[in-house]
Each structure stands twice: as C-alpha cells, then as structure tokens.
Ligand binder design. Structure first.
Ligand code: ADP
Ligand code: MG
Ligand code: MG
Length: 876
C-alpha cells in the first residue's frame, strides 16, 4: 500500500489521504507554481501508526526513506551533508484545516556541522545560526516538550546584554551564544543532548506530528467544530524556503479577498527578513500586503497574478502563505479562506456575478447558521458612546460585556450566565474555551491574521486586534488606555466592524440586510419549494418578519396580549370571577382590547395568512406567585392600620391561586382544555378576531385569519371547538352583514393527535406541528427540567446526538410528524401542514420538513432569512 506521495503525485481531490495542506501543495505543484519540493506521508499512515501502537512500520519507514532520497536527488542537497545540507520543514495537515492546532517544525536537518555548511553556502553566518536556534527551539518544544518560554527568556537576556531590541540586530556570534545556552537548557530540562543526527530528527518529528493529532487543543478544536477523531493527520516534509536571508527576503500571508467584508482586494501582511510564523506571532508588526508593491514590485505582481490564478482554479477565496528567498517567490500553502458570514455572502454572490460558480453553488457556500451574526444587533449609530480605544476591525459584530483577562475566568463567569469580553495581549490555542464563552475578544497585539482574529472570525464572534493603546496588566486584572482605567468586571462594548472599544453598555439596534444578502435570498426563494412564515405576536414583530421575507405568520400566540400591565387586573378579574356574570363582565372589557390586537397584526400582514392560536397556558400563569402572595398577606396581617379591604381581597386571591395550583401544569389544564371548560374565554377571542377581520375587510384590507386550537389530543375536542368558532363567525357575519373567509386548524403537539391524525383531519383545515410540546410529550421530558438537569450530559455522552429541543429528533418525533402527514392527507389531500416549533428555524429540521411534504416552516422573525436559505439548500 502506498503511504507516501511526492507532491507531484498528488492532487486537490486527494484531501482525505493527503490532508488539506498536502493536497493543495500537490495541486499547486501540478499547476507549475513555485512550490518548494517535498512529499506527504498520508493520513492512512497516521491511522496505521496508531493501530500499530504508536509506531511507524518498517514498510512505511522504507517509503519515507525512498521519498527522501528522491527529494535529495531532485534538489541536489542531502539531509545531514555538512557541505551541502538539505533543510526541510515538517508540517502537519489534516483533512479539515485546524489553524494553529498542530505543530510545525522548520529548518530540520541542522546540527553543529551542517550549520557551518549553511553559513558558508549562503555566505551569511548570521542567517545560518538564526535558522539553527529557531530549529532547536521548535524541535525541543514540539518533540521534547521543553516549554518555549524558557527559550524566550534566554533570548531576551541575550538581547538585553547586547542592548538591542529586535532579533535581526543580533549578530552570528550572538546567535551562537544563544544556541549554546539553548542546548544547555535542553540538556538540563530533558537529561538528553539535542539530537545531532538529522535522520533521527526527522523520525522523531514525524512521530510528534502523528502524536499531535491527539494533543489537548486539537481534541478541543475537533469537538467544537464537530470534526471526527478518527481521520488522522498527514505529515508534509518540504524543502525550506528562507525568508530570513536578508532585506531581499521575507514571508507573508494573504487572502485573495477581504475575509471580514468580502471586498475583492488582496488582503494580508508580510515581514521582510523573517521566517514562518513571525508574521502571525506578533513579534514585529507586519506591513500590509499593499506595501509589497513598493518594496518588491516584481514579486508583488507575480504574487498577485498567482493568487488570481489560484482563486479562479479553486473558485473560492484563498488564504495563501508565501516566502521570498533572495528575490524568488515560493508558495507554501493555499486553502479556502475562513471568513465572516458577511464576507461569505458577498463572496458567494460576487463569484456568481463573475461567472465562476452557479447560483446553486453560491447558496450552498453559505452556512445558514452563520447568518445569525448578520441578523443580530449592532451598535445604535445615534447612541452616545465613550470611545476609549481603537484597534483593527478583525471580526465584525457588536458585543457588550464585562471585562475579563483570562480564559478560565471567562468560562466560569459565562457559566454563571454573565456576558463577558475577553481582553488579552494576544490569544493562543490554550484560550479557545474562553473565547467560546465570551461575547467578544480584544487583543492589544497581533494583526488581522493573528490567532485571535482567525479564530474569532471562524466562531462568528466580534473581535478587535492590535489595540495598541491598551496597557494590559494581567496581574492586577486591569487595563489602562489614555486616561481610562478599566478593571475586571467593568462593562465595555466593542464593535468588531470598526475596531472601536467603548466604555459601558452601548445600546444595540436591529440589523439591515446588505444588497448581496438580499440577492442571495432572492435566489434562494426561486429555488425553494417550502414556504417560510414567522412566529410573531405583535405588529412590530410581524412587520420585521415581513421585511425579512416571511410569507405569513405561522404562530401568533395570544397569551402575551394578556400580559400587558393594564390588562393583568382585568384578566385576573376574569379568572377570579365567582359567577358567570362577573366573568362575562371582565371578558367584555377584554374584547375590544383583543380586537385591537388582532386588527394591528392582521393589518401588518395584509395579503398574507395569519395563524392565531387561542389561549394556551394554564390560567395560574396570569395570577401572582404563591410565595409572593403569602409574604404580602403576612405583612398585611402585621399592620393593623392597613386598608381593611385589602387583606380579604388578597386572601381571596390566595384561595384562587391555591385552587388553580397544578401538579404538572405542562400536562394540566391548558390549551383547548381551557376552551372546553371556559368556552366563554375562547368565544371572546374568536369574536375579537372576526370583528377585527370584518372591520379591516370593510376598509379594503385583505385579511386571512387562520384560527388554531392548541393541545388537541382527541378529535372530539377539535369538533366542539370548531363548532364554537363557526357559531361565532356566523354571529359576527350576521351582526356586520359581511362575509369573510377563515380556516380552522389545530396544533399537533400531543402524540395521540399524531396517532389519530386521520380522525382529526376531518375537523381540520390545517395542522401545525408544535414541535416544542410534541418533543416534550414524545420524550416525556419537561423541557425546563431536562435542559437544566440532564440533557446536557445526554448530549455530552452521546446518549442523544443533539438537544432535541434545538434539532428535531427525526427518528422519534419526526416519525410522528410523517405519520400524521400520511394519515391526515389520506383523509384530506388538501390538508395544509406547517411547523411552528423552534425547529422551524433550524437547518436540518427544515430539510426534514421539506422532505416530509410540509407546506411551510415558521420560525422567529430573526431566523426567517436563515430558514429561507436552509429551505433552498434542502432542495438542491
Ligand atoms: P500551520 O498549519 O499552523 O499554518 P504550517 O505548516 O503552514 O503551519 O507552517 C507554519 C509556518 O511555517 C507557516 O508560516 C509556513 O509558511 C512556514 N513554513 C512551512 N514550511 C515551510 C518551508 N518549507 N519553507 C518556509 N517556510 C515554511
Ligand atoms: Mg499554514
Ligand atoms: Mg404548545
């Protein structure tokens, strides 16, 4: 079996075997681009390594030796040859790119002898010893486990002794001194000498790369990004290109388009006389890629040309690493660049306009979930802000939170439900859990391609980098900037789109859709075959939903209308009424108010269907809390001079609250069970709906009410409620002399309703799957208890693949839905079907709804664009 491939033997479609980096190096080599030659040890070799008990088999070792020999022959240098040494990098690369997660070793092949050869060959001893000290540090860190801060410490003290600030100011002799101290350090820390045999160096590095697949930060990254653990990593061994040979050399990274906004322009950074990670490490501040045009005009033109070629070839924005060695350009990596949602949308639409991809491909390019970032709030441009610092706009979006200075605290406070913003000099892969927990991230060092920036963009978090005016004191847990001093726990707000850091909690406002976003959604609308409605309870939300493209309201809850401060007393009057007469009096007061509610929402949705659900929650939700009431009564009893009428009133209330108490309200007296026992409540709501309908129709407004009966479990419930609705409709038609259309349907949210959907369909014009309750009742989970107590563990231990309240359980709950679809439509082929649980805005659930033949999904107004895109993806 073949485990090792020369770059010229691979291609981009071999990612599974060569890893992303190796496959793209091969593809670039084939395309004739200037790539330093090398070979890739496959991911299958990694799997074999683990299967053999963490060892490289003789067969694989032989293949590696053969590939190395070919490489040596091709470039005319030999690993370990003091007169003409080959130096290589050893780079990990898995199928999915895991930036910063795995370790790379540069300048491998150097030892006390070969370094002299390199010094002579390059006529640049300073360079040779610089390479050697880098190699010792990287190898010792990655392979031998000597922490890199030890090395930094030595370097700092030598620089201080020499009175210099920057690495390039050190001479060859200085580096030799550093190297001696490094070797001494390694001996002390590991009780071994630094390995001098290049063959041994290579073997141990390959082992280390394989082992790094299972280091802690790689495991965490895979868990967060749902990357399977079994894939393994490939190892790339590649001849070195030297960016640290002098002023005519350098290294850089660039995106073919702006990864933050999507704008079409080369975007990146470079450093003259530097190697490898120097650009992202934040040691020296890099120059913008545009400056390369003046520093090395020919290289710039060549690079620009190649990057355009790569983008056209891959038909996507590329993230490219390059190095210039004595005026010659080398390509070291290309991959599809990570980007913000905003950039993803713009790039996808632009690529269609540039005829590089189809509309369908554009639709598939954007992850619906990532759109969440664009649909979230941003800083109110009219708000008064107190700007305290400005940094690089590394990842857009606004955030506000309390300042924390380390990842563990961020994680802890977020766990307590606090909103935090992580402020660090820079971030490393060890900070990932803290970044996940934060609303946003601010760093004082590093550029647009620093770790913080790349990771934040991937997570869709607001991030500001290189905020150089911040003087962060990690020990005192505070930072100062200008005249401001900000301590841990203080509130700040950040705008990752502009780089502004502001003091306090700045008000945020609703988002607007960019032209490209609207375009992409229009394409999605042309393709999708399932409608998208919104769940909205008031005219403002309805208007927002419409603006986002909702085709109607799938769920208008009426209980919130009862919660308004001025209505609660009347609602309580209704609930507390001792006689039918008293109850009717209260209902008569509520009727015009409800009519007003319905006029507002029906009008906002003119021309579109509005599904109005009659009262659903148990009545005690409208009454005061039992404990609060007891405290109040106790206080009243101890105050003899209080209003004499108040105490009996409260005691009466207490009796009612106790009487309405339920052992299990979720399964108690609610939904249509209220309509069955208090028909006058539903009657009031129905009359209000129809009077609103009649009035608007008279004004020439096209209204389409759909009345929905909740929590039906038996067809008789629906039959009786239907009779009530029809009777009230007839009554309003008689009193107004108008005719109007309406439909009557039911929620399917009790398993029995799904099981008897054929019976229920006879009384229903439509079904709306209330998957929140249907999930509760199918699993027998009470959501509030489950999410707080055990669901988390179920998901972590893979007892359940996902939280079933977020992602529809297709095998269980989904089976009830498709059963209800079949039973219902067998009786009534024109039966309209929709979903109004929160799953209506989740992509895999939307795909399921489409495949099951539902007519629409309904979700929160802010998720409507997400659902439109996901619905289109479901059909492709
Ligand atoms: P990562 O996956 O973390 O980006 P890489 O393997 O790409 O790690 O390497 C880290 C750094 O070393 C990058 O800046 C890369 O360009 C540089 N590098 C890797 N191999 C070589 C090489 N053969 N010559 C010069 N620089 C290299
Ligand atoms: Mg890289
Ligand atoms: Mg329900």
């Amino acid at each position: 079996k073949k485990f090792v491939y020369l770059f010229e033997e691979g291609s981009a479609d071999m990612k599974e075997i060569l890893g992303g980096k190796g496959a793209n190096l091969a593809e670039m080599t084939r395309a004739g681009l200037p790539v330093p030659p090398g070979f890739t040890i496959s991911t299958e070799a990694c799997t074999a390594f683990y299967e053999a008990g963490q060892t490289v088999s003789a067969d694989i070792q032989q293949q590696i030796d053969a590939a190395l020999a070919e490489l040596e022959q091709k470039v005319g240098k030999k690993l370990g040859d003091p007169s003409n040494p080959l130096l290589v990098s050893v780079r990990s690369g898995s199928v999915f790119s895991m930036p910063g997660m795995m370790d790379t070793i540069l300048n491998l092949g150097l030892n006390d002898e070969t370094v002299k050869g390199l010094a002579e060959l390059s006529a640049n001893p300073r360079f040779a010893y610089d390479c050697y000290r880098r190699f010792i540090q990287m190898f010792s860190d990655v392979v031998m486990g000597v922490d890199h801060y030890h090395f930094e410490h030595i370097l700092d003290s030598v620089k201080e002794a020499r009175g210099v600030k920057h690495d390039p100011e050190l001479t060859a002799e200085d580096w030799q001194q550093v190297i001696a101290q490094y070797k001494e350090l390694v001996r002390k820390e590991t009780k071994q000498d630094f390995p001098q045999d290049p063959i041994e160096q290579l073997k141990r590095s390959i082992y280390a790369v394989f082992l790094s697949w299972n280091n802690q930060r790689a495991i965490v990254y895979r868990r967060i990004n749902k990357i399977p653990d079994h894939l393994g990593t490939a190892v790339n061994v590649q001849m070195m290109a030297f960016g640290n040979l002098g002023e005519d050399s350098g290294t850089g990274v660039a995106f073919t388009r702006n990864p933050s906004t999507g704008e079409k322009q080369l975007y990146g950074e470079f450093l003259i006389n530097a190697q490898g990670e120097d650009v992202v490490a934040g040691i020296r501040t890099p120059q913008p890629i545009s400056a390369l045009q003046t520093v090395m005009p020919e290289i710039f033109d060549q690079f620009k040309d190649i990057s355009t070629r790569l983008e056209t070839h891959y038909k996507d924005m590329q993230d490219i690493e390059f190095t210039v060695e004595r005026g010659k350009l080398y390509m070291l990596q290309t991959r599809n660049g990570k980007r913000t949602a905003q950039a993803a949308v713009k790039i996808a639409v632009d690529l269609v306009r540039e005829n590089l991809i189809s509309k369908e491909e554009a639709i598939l390019r954007v992850d619906p979930d990532s759109l969440d970032q664009l649909l979230h709030r941003r800083i109110d441009p009219n708000a008064k802000i107190e700007l305290i610092a400005k940094g690089l706009p590394a990842s857009p979006g606004a955030a506000t939170g309390q300042v924390v200075f380390d990842a563990d605290t961020a994680d802890k406070l977020a766990g307590e439900g606090k909103k935090v913003i992580l402020v660090r000099p820079e971030t490393t892969p060890e900070d990932i859990h803290g970044m996940v927990a934060s609303q946003g991230i601010v760093t004082s060092r590093g550029g647009m391609t620093s770790h913080a920036a790349v990771v934040a963009r991937g997570m869709g978090k607001s991030c500001i980098c290189g905020c150089e005016s911040l003087r962060i004191d990690l020990r005192a847990k505070q930072f100062s900037t200008g005249d401001y001093l900000v301590k841990e726990g203080d509130w700040i707000s950040i705008d990752g789109g502009t780089g502004r850091v502001m003091l306090g909690q700045v008000p945020l406002i609703d988002p607007e859709l960019s032209d490209e976003f609207k375009q992409l959604l229009e394409w999605a609308d042309d393709i999708r075959k399932i409608d998208v409605r919104a769940n909205a309870d008031n005219p403002e939300d309805a208007a927002k939903a419409r603006e986002f493209g909702a085709q109607g309201i799938g769920l208008c809850r009426t209980e919130h209308m009862f919660m308004a401060v001025d209505r609660v007393p009347i609602v309580q009057e209704m609930i507390l009424a001792e006689t039918d007469e008293e109850r009717q009096q209260a209902l008569d007061k509520l009727l015009p108010m409800q009519q007003g509610d319905f006029e507002g929402i029906l009008k906002a949705m003119e021309g579109l269907p509005v599904t109005i659900r009659l009262l659903d929650p148990p009545l005690h939700e409208f009454l005061p809390n039992l404990e609060d009431l007891l405290v109040e009564i106790t206080k009243l009893r101890m105050q003899p001079d209080s209003d004499p009428e108040l105490l009996p009133e409260k005691e009466n209330l207490l009796r009612k609250v106790r009487a309405l108490h339920e052992f299990n309200p979720m399964l108690g007296h609610r939904g249509c069970r209220l309509g069955m026992t208090f028909p006058e409540i539903y009657a009031m709501q129905v009359i209000a709906i129809f009077r609103a309908t009649a009035k608007l129709q008279q004004q020439g407004v096209d209204v389409r009410p759909e009345l929905m009966i909740p929590l039906v479990g038996h067809v008789n419930e629906l039959r009786i409620m239907r009779e009530l609705v029809v009777e009230k409709a007839d009554q309003v038609m008689a009193e107004t002399g108008l005719r109007f259309d309406y439909t009557i349907g039911t929620m399917i949210e009790i398993p029995r309703a799904a099981l008897t959907a054929d019976e229920i369909a006879q009384e229903a014009d439509f079904f709306s799957f209330g998957t929140n309750d249907l999930t509760q009742t199918t699993f027998g989970f009470s959501r509030d208890d489950a999410e707080g107590k055990f669901l988390h563990q179920y998901v972590n231990h893979k007892v359940l693949p996902d939280n079933p309240f977020a992602v529809l359980d297709q095998n269980g709950v989904g089976k009830l839905i498709s059963m209800a679809e079949k039973l219902g439509r067998a009786v009534k082929p024109e039966l309209k079907l929709g979903i109004c649980g929160e799953h209506g805005g989740e992509k895999s659930s939307i795909e399921f709804c489409y495949k099951t033949g539902l007519n629409y999904v309904s979700c929160s107004p802010f998720r409507v664009p997400i659902a439109r895109l996901a619905a289109a993806q479901a059909t492709i």
